[in-house]
Ligand binder design. Structure first.
Ligand SMILES: [Cu+2]
Length: 146
């Protein structure tokens, strides 16, 4: 019993310490808009792979269009969003998409995408690499998952 547990623990350690050659993503959720018909916002963390790459696109099944967005402060202190053609992902660095910063906007969200659902996001990079992450869908007023 103890021996079997130790092997499992060793395998787990090996899986965690071996850096992935390709970028991977985790900690993903999608926040629905308060008003139906308005775009939802998606968040995740990308962990860079062995080489520098560039995120160019995110696909979500059933969603009409997904845009990469950045947020920035304007001169008069309000935050504005802008569409980004791509987002650089340096090797072995984390790139965080979070409220108030980079995020993805999901336009024409299907009616099936309701709070509690889980949707797969496919992140596409310039070198043909992809990363898959499952996002939890939450309502506009819900607290973000940890
Ligand atoms: Cu936006």
């Amino acid at each position: 019993m103890t021996g079997r547990f130790m092997i499992a623990a060793l395998l787990l350690t090996a899986a965690c310490s071996a850096p992935s050659p390709a970028p991977v993503a985790d900690d993903s959720y999608v926040r629905l808009a308060a008003v139906p018909g308005r775009p939802a916002a998606g968040y995740f963390t990308i962990h860079g792979g062995a080489k520098d790459t560039v995120l160019t696109r995110v696909d979500v099944p059933g969603v009409g269009r997904v845009e990469l967005h950045g947020s920035r402060m304007t001169g008069n202190g309000t935050v504005t969003m802008e569409s980004l053609p791509s987002v650089p992902v340096p090797a072995r660095r984390d790139v965080v998409f979070a409220p108030g910063g980079r995020h993805v906007m999901l336009f024409d969200v299907p009616a099936s995408m309701t709070a509690g659902a889980r949707v797969p996001l496919t992140l596409r990079f310039t070198d043909g690499q992809t990363a898959q992450v499952e996002a939890r869908v939450i309502a506009a007023g819900d607290v973000a998952p940890d």
